[in-house]
Design a protein around this ligand. Structure first.
Ligand code: NDP
Length: 284
């Protein structure tokens, strides 16, 4: 079987063109969209990601501040910064970068981000709004998976979808978004027994565990659609996903590549959410 590559590049380019036009319109009205990136680590992968977000914002006409609190910031300091940015009338969107300092959990600090500015949907309130089907921002990575499937016209209603990973920023919100699309959703995790049997009977498998090679050809059914969310650093420094692409190719009907699949759509979505936050804030 030929395995189709579910690229995210064309979709991201189309989204970015729309975002840029909307950012220009906001700027012409003296309400240029403005993102605050709050960082509290000295992790090289995070620094690389922050840099790529800054470049993306710049290309799209979104102003972007980076607030570096350092790797030893405590929860109170991070919360105070997030509260201040939430109240700052010059800021439309706030993104809190991970990893956080040792001992600080995302849940305890992210609740200080105002829901209207929580453009990466990380706060418990945003997750609750998503669970209840109320308007709010979904985490960009989770939403990017659904956008990518929609773009490639892969139907979800009534289909068996298995998400591997249950974090509050990827697996759990993704399960909620898929449910809202009428998929029959199963969530696997590190304590699941016989995960291969679960993924093997799915129409769509989404790997979001952060484990190189977790999903191979033997873990999927013939003709399955496979979405790889993983972004892991291989021993040789290359960025690789959770899926062993070589063994899955030829058995899956379609597979999203890493890099070039979910990643570019995630960044495009995050930027679009900043512009939406600005539009909503300046419309009222
Ligand atoms: P977390 O580490 O927070 O969560 C990982 C999840 O995977 C947990 O639920 C864990 O289970 C589960 N898991 C770990 N090992 C296994 C295993 N052997 N079998 C089954 N389940 C397992 O990661 P994130 O959710 O933040 O990120 C997941 C992946 O997505 C990472 O590779 C990350 O880099 C990537 N990512 C990609 C983005 C993109 O734009 N493409 C953006 C954000 C993340 P348990 O709960 O039981 O511990």
């Amino acid at each position: 079987m030929d395995t189709v590559s579910l690229s995210g590049k064309e979709l991201a380019a189309a989204m970015n063109a729309d975002t840029r036009a909307r950012a220009v319109a906001l700027t012409e009205n003296a309400t240029a969209p403005h993102l605050a990136l709050v960082v509290a680590n000295d992790d090289p992968a995070s620094a690389w990601y922050v840099n790529s977000l800054r470049k993306a914002a710049d290309r799209l006409g979104i102003a972007c501040d980076t607030i570096d609190l350092g790797p030893s910031a405590d929860a109170a300091t991070i919360r105070a910064e997030l509260s201040a940015r939430s109240e700052d009338p010059g800021i439309d969107g706030i993104m809190l970068q991970t990893p956080l300092p040792a001992g600080v959990t995302l849940e305890e600090v992210s609740s200080a981000i105002a829901a209207t500015k929580d453009v990466d949907g990380v706060s418990p309130l945003s997750l609750g709004l998503l669970a209840a089907g109320r308007p709010g921002f979904a985490p960009a990575t989770a939403a990017a998976v659904v956008e990518l499937l929609d773009h490639h016209e892969i139907p979800l209603a009534g289909r068996r979808v298995v998400v591997v990973g249950r974090s509050n920023i990827v697996g759990k919100p993704l399960a909620l978004l898929l449910l809202a699309k009428d998929a029959t959703v199963t969530v696997g995790h590190s304590r699941s027994t016989d995960l291969a049997a679960i993924t093997g009977s799915a129409d769509v498998v989404v790997a979001a565990a952060g484990r190189i090679g977790l999903i191979g050809g033997d873990d999927i059914g013939e003709g399955a659609i496979v979405i790889d969310v993983g972004t892991n650093e291989a021993p040789d420094g290359a960025i690789v996903g959770d899926v062993d692409a070589e063994s899955v190719r030829g058995r899956a009907a379609a597979l999203s590549p890493v890099p070039g699949g979910v990643g570019p759509v995630t960044t495009a979505l995050l930027m679009r959410q900043v512009v939406i936050a600005a539009e909503v804030r300046h419309s009222g």
